[in-house]
Design a protein around this ligand. Structure first.
Ligand code: PSU
Ligand code: MN
Length: 321
């Protein structure tokens, strides 16, 4: 079904609740088989401080465009999920106060007609509905430390079990329980590959002490895995995504001792402030930026940019197959 103004909705028998808008640029790219990479908005809205967040959002899109890849930044604006934002939309997710939306929040935001930044989970969901196969983020959410009593496990993990989207991530933050996160990904049957590494990275650091079963060396190898997933019979089950664990580049990681010191402070602060639920991740991130005097922020930007670059190469290889 095609709406006005070049806006396209899904076929009426498949209209998801809520429907979403594809930008003209993304719609054209999907139709003609050009490479497209989804980008999330929570990292911009809740993960990075102003004004660096707006610079980062523009930079990530520019990295893709320079590589001949169409960026599809995803967010909900005025109640309508958008796959692909114009300049004004990018500015809004960086400058406006907006909610952090996981998948379960989407119908509520739609009903209220308000705006929200989408987490990895919600971005994955919308990317899958739109048919975008590759997604770049900074760090994936996961199982929080203490989850055995708090049950705090990001919906990012279940979203990847249910949607055929490959997410390029610098592992998961060491503020999470990395071992438990990898175990949950195994249980959920989400494949994990190290991109040029045999070890799962821990966001600001290239290593975590957790070995991976599979290592790939190139974007072409990842594209071949995506094609094999596409070809596998789905048997009515949801098709799983893929975690591409891409370490922060050599020389751009954080000093390990500083990292350990600041993280210990951050946990103590979150505990003292009794932060719970979806406020935990933004609280820790912003505390860590301040306590590291901005060093963690530079590392965060460097690794996210590198993830965007690798996602662009994967989408290009996938489109060419
Ligand atoms: N990791 C980052 N920066 C972020 C996030 C994760 O380095 O901004 C965001 C992502 O949007 C991710 C979300 O999906 O935090 C996870 O939140 P929660 O733990 O509440 O599921
Ligand atoms: Mn949580």
């Amino acid at each position: 079904m095609t709406g006005g103004d070049g806006i396209r909705l899904l076929g009426s028998s498949l209209v998801p609740n809520p429907p979403f808008l594809l930008s003209d640029e993304v719609a054209e790219a999907l139709e003609t088989g050009k490479p497209v990479v989804a980008l999330e908005s929570t990292i911009i809205s809740h993960g990075l401080p102003r004004p660096r967040n707006l610079e980062a959002a523009r930079d990530f899109e520019a990295v893709l465009r320079d590589a001949g890849v169409v960026p599809a930044t995803i967010a909900v604006l005025d109640g309508i999920p958008r796959v692909g934002l114009d300049d004004e939309g990018v500015r809004r997710i960086a400058d406006e106060e907006m909610a952090k939306a996981s998948i379960r929040d989407l119908p509520i935001i739609a009903a209220r007609g308000t705006s929200a930044a989408t987490t990895v989970a919600a971005t994955t969901h919308l990317a899958a509905l739109a048919g975008v196969r590759v997604f770049a983020t900074g760090g994936l959410g996961g199982v929080h430390r203490g989850a055995s009593s708090t049950f705090d496990e990001s919906a990012d993990l279940t979203a990847l079990a249910q949607h055929p989207v490959a997410v390029v991530t610098a592992g998961v933050k060491s503020v999470l329980d990395i071992g438990a996160t990898l175990e949950r990904l195994e249980t959920l049957s989400v494949p994990v590959v190290g991109f040029g590494t045999g070890e799962f990275p821990s966001f600001w650091l290239p290593t975590s002490g957790f070995d991976l079963d599979w290592r790939v060396e190139s974007a072409e190898e990842v594209a071949a895995i995506l094609k094999a997933q596409d070809a596998a019979p789905a048997d009515g089950r949801p098709r799983a995504g893929l975690v591409v664990a891409n370490p922060v580049p050599e020389g751009e990681g954080w000093d390990r001792a500083e990292h350990d010191r600041v993280l210990a402070q951050a946990f103590a602060a979150a505990d003292a402030a009794k932060v719970r639920g979806k406020a935990v991740t933004p609280f820790l991130l912003s505390f860590i930026v301040t306590a590291s005097e901005g060093v963690s922020l530079e590392v965060n930007l460097a690794l996210a940019r590198n993830n965007v670059r690798v996602a662009g190469a994967i989408a290009t290889a996938y489109a060419a197959r």
